[in-house]
Design a protein around this ligand. Structure first.
Ligand code: TSJ
Length: 647
């Protein structure tokens, strides 16, 4: 490249504007990445990966590597064309430098390629740069290797230069960065399972792209996992369904693009013998927890086409028989994935796709396919309709059972369960309820708590396996009825958050495999019957310590993870101390439980996100489902998950 390419010794007015731009990101990072907690930290990685995904979707890259080399350094590499290195006419510096220093520059420099990244937050590489301690870019193209490095929130440290040569057939972009711990004050350590799950999801949602996840840290998770799904979301459905007993072998799949709007649609589904639904919708690779026009279109079409088929083929007993969409949801596993050039997200948490023009596109592409599929596969069509008919009958029976349960217990009233040790305050916004496993731990919690605002509900044994039970059976379970009464807000479709008696619902279980299992059960139950409580951020997991370091009678410190124990051991140097490993909550006396787990000043609570609940739900289905093989595989291959379910 010519010498005149980069001028860093003279600052022009444009340069100053650029610095101001990135400074704005550092001043108000929340505006750009939502939060500076762990979610925001991981968002930086998604932002970078999105760029490589775009390159792959444009047809130029086939492989993306994501590597974690230490706690806080991430490298993303693709085999695309390599970011442009020539001088950009508007900024006077190289395009690659521009991409990283001008806000929202990402899209403007493309060759008109279809860009899908940048959905929910979509802020671009410059924001990542602004929030990094340092960031290095390596580009391979035209047989040359280029390098540029930024430090301290986006200042050029090493201007773009050629650092070597390579095979001219070898091209690609690589970005390596370390997030700034002055911005991410809660820490810059990446979570293995968060990265693993999202990268796998990206691979499911983008068929044919190889995503390799390299966890290079020296711990028990070390290793490389390669994700490549030629079948895309069809394989996603198979994955979500692996623990279920399927009703037929085929997985339905269709895709298509509407020329006029450039909206593309993919739908895949199958039915299993279970009673629950697992339907997830996405726009531009981003999960839309509150659905929207793509999901509405899917449900409308499913109901319209199946009903028309049943009618035409005389599968209904009477003329007015009809399957509702709720009937068709039982046992359904489905993925709806759309790509839209200009998505609009609605709702308080922006989790709902608002573009009305998506619905007719889904109706057309999925409708034409489904109609034809049912005609060509009458046996499968019959199975689907029989399943929905039985759901319809069960729903009527459940409604009756619900009414009788409601009369018996009067869920809405001040009729509280005797096991509940309630708190004094009636101000729900400060009240907390600890749902505690086991009676001995319940006793410690009851004595150790601040009874002004902390209530305790001990649960005995494992709560009902919700996977296997239909709604009317759930309410025969005493533990579940107690929870419903204690929360006070109703359940299912009839939740009234204004009646919720505690704004923190804290699941507290032992830090062992059994405890994790019970936490997963609880989370699955809450996800299925109290979803708005999870969406509203009212559900938490307590984090009791795993270890106590002590000397004689004196407690030196508590450690909440193995990593923390290792760090603590280093901190102590030569000092002599003993380590106690807590096997269960019951081993702590009330004052220790207060100090470590209940006291708002010192405790750690994990807020459960809807994604956590979905992960628990699918882990749970896998561990509880009918199929023995996947369960065994899961436990053997993912032994670390059984230990740490990432909740
Ligand atoms: F932006 C970024 F830094 F976040 C980033 C971008 C990070 C990573 C890991 C990869 C990429 C990236 C960008 N991969 N591939 C590209 N491609 C382009 O920037 C590119 C290359 C050539 C042309 C062209 O028209 O010739 C156009 C584009 C957009």
């Amino acid at each position: 490249m010519p010498d005149t390419a980069i001028k860093h010794d003279e600052y022009t007015s444009e340069d100053i504007q650029v610095l101001e731009g990135l400074e704005a990101v550092r001043k108000r990072p929340g505006m750009y990445i939502g939060t500076t907690s762990a979610a925001g930290l991981h968002h930086l990685v998604w932002e970078i990966i999105d760029n490589s995904i775009d390159e792959a979707l444009a047809g130029y890259a086939t492989k993306i590597d994501v590597s974690v080399d230490s706690d806080d350094v991430i490298t993303v590499t693709d085999d695309g064309r390599g970011m442009p290195v020539e001088i950009h006419p508007k900024t006077g510096v190289s395009t690659v430098e521009t991409i990283f220093t001008v806000l929202h520059a990402g899209g403007k420099f493309g060759g008109g390629a279809y860009k899908v990244s940048g959905g929910l937050h979509g802020v671009g590489a410059s924001v990542v740069n602004a929030l990094s301690k340092w960031l290095e870019v390596t580009v391979k193209k035209d047989g040359k290797v280029y390098f540029i490095k930024f430090v301290d929130g986006g200042k050029v440290d090493t201007p773009l230069k050629e650092i070597g040569t390579c095979d001219p057939n070898e091209t690609g972009s690589s970005v390596r960065f370390k997030a700034d711990d002055e911005i991410f004050k809660e820490g810059t350590v990446y979570n293995h399972d968060t990265l693993y799950n999202r990268i796998r999801q990206m691979a499911f949602l983008n068929k044919g792209i190889a995503l390799n996840f390299n966890w290079n840290k020296e711990d028990e998770l070390k290793g490389t996992t390669s994700f490549l799904y030629e079948g895309g979301i069809k394989e996603y459905v198979a994955f979500l369904d692996q623990a279920e007993t399927k009703l037929f072998n085929d997985i339905l799949y269709c895709d298509g693009t509407d020329k006029e709007t450039s909206i593309s649609v993919e739908v895949s589904l199958r039915y299993n013998t279970d009673y629950n639904e697992k339907t997830y919708s996405f726009c531009n690779n981003i999960f839309t927890p509150d659905g929207g026009m793509h999901l509405d279109g899917f449900r409308q079409t499913l109901s319209r086409v199946v009903n028309a088929y049943a009618k035409d083929n005389k599968l209904f007993k009477s003329d007015d028989e009809k399957l509702s969409i709720d009937d068709l949801r039982e046992g359904l596993t489905a993925i709806i994935s759309v790509k839209h050039p200009n998505p609009q997200y609605e709702g308080q948490t922006k989790g709902k796709l608002g573009n009305a023009e998506v619905k007719p596109v889904v109706n057309k592409i999925f409708g034409d396919y489904l109609k034809r599929y049912l005609l060509e596969n009458p046996d499968t069509a019959k199975i689907i309709i029989e399943k929905a008919k039985s759901a319809s009958e069960a729903r009527l029976a459940a409604q009756k059972a619900r009414e009788s349960v409601r009369r018996k217990d009067d869920f809405g009233s001040a009729n509280l369960p005797t096991k509940l040790k309630d708190c004094a305050s009636r101000d729900a916004s400060i009240c907390e309820i600890y749902i505690v496993e086991g009676n001995s731990a319940g006793g410690s919690a009851q004595q150790g708590r601040d009874s002004n605002f902390q209530a305790v509900l001990p649960l005995r044994g494992k709560i009902l396996n919700v996977e296997k039970a239909r709604l009317h059976r759930i309410f025969d379970n005493a533990e579940i009825r107690m929870m419903i009464q204690a929360f006070g807000c109703g359940f299912g479709d009839e939740i009234d958050i204004s009646k919720l008696r505690y704004h923190k619902i804290v699941i507290m279980t032992d830090a062992d495999v059994d405890g994790q299992h019970i936490a997963t059960l609880m989370l699955t139950f809450l996800y299925r019957y109290f979803k708005p409580l999870i969406e509203g951020g009212y559900v938490y997991i307590a984090m009791p310590p795993l270890y106590k370091l002590f000397k004689g009678q004196k407690t030196l410190r508590y450690c909440y993870s193995d990593d923390e124990l290792e760090l603590a051991k280093r901190d102590f140097g030569d000092e002599k101390y003993d380590v106690q490993r807590y096997k269960g909550l019951g081993e702590m006396d009330p004052s220790q439980l207060w100090e470590t787990t209940l006291d708002p000043e010192h405790r750690t609570l994990k807020r459960v996100s809807i994604q956590d609940a979905i992960d628990a739900d699918s882990v749970f289905s896998m561990l509880m489902g009918d199929e023995v093989e996947p369960r065994k595989d899961f436990i053997v291959e993912n032994a670390h998950f059984a230990k740490n379910l990432d909740i």
